[in-house]
Design a protein around this ligand. Structure first.
Ligand code: SF4
Ligand code: SF4
Length: 181
């Protein structure tokens, strides 16, 4: 008798677990699909802005970046992904200034922790969401981020002549009147 009870109990458990499984399947059947048909949909593919694909230097509309070659990003990178070289340049006023020469970034060893981006005092770095980074050799993953030709700063305009104080101007007018009389 007890074996018949056990038999029906196990059948009941099986049916209940089958129903639960079918509930999950049914729910997924009506849930909107998020499968991407890549690469067929490459032109319409939407990649989230916050996706971290590769480190880049931010350039403005005139092709300038804001890196001052302070080296903070290089020091903070936990695995030596960033290698900076600098150069000394002479300014128009004869002073010397240290500038960025090469900003090398090895995508192959980057862990996308973003320590470099968050600690940059110039807000000069960001991550692009360009996810198509497959290459045939590891060497191709080493990139120079300051790849654009350097844009020279426009010379500063000459300082305008100082305005004469109003009191002095009226005195001068008086003096010129006296001279003419
Ligand atoms: S990217 Fe930022 S932290 Fe790195 S060297 Fe340039 S200014 Fe300094
Ligand atoms: S994201 Fe992290 S690992 Fe990658 S370059 Fe920046 S600090 Fe280094």
């Amino acid at each position: 008798m007890s074996s018949i009870k056990e038999y029906f109990a196990s059948v009941g458990k099986g049916v209940s677990s089958l129903v639960k499984g079918m509930q999950v399947t049914g729910k997924e059947l009506v849930t909107p699909k998020i499968t991407e048909c890549y690469p067929e949909n490459r032109d319409t593919l939407q990649i989230a802005d916050r996706f971290r694909a590769e480190l880049t230097l931010k350039y403005d509309a005139e092709g300038r970046h804001k890196c001052i070659a302070c080296g903070i990003c290089q020091m903070n990178c936990p695995n030596g992904t960033i290698k900076l070289t600098t150069k000394m340049v002479e300014l128009p006023d004869g002073k010397k200034k240290r500038k960025l020469d090469k900003y090398m970034y090895d995508l192959g060893s980057c862990t996308f922790c973003m320590l470099c981006v968050t600690t940059c005092p110039q807000d000069a770095l960001e991550f692009s969401n360009d996810f198509e980074q497959a290459v045939f050799s590891r060497d191709s993953l080493v990139k120079q981020l300051n790849y654009k030709p350097e844009v020279e700063d426009a010379p500063k305009p000459a300082a305008a002549p100082a305005k004469q104080p109003a009191a002095n101007a009226s005195q001068n007018n008086e003096a010129s009147k006296t001279e003419t009389n």
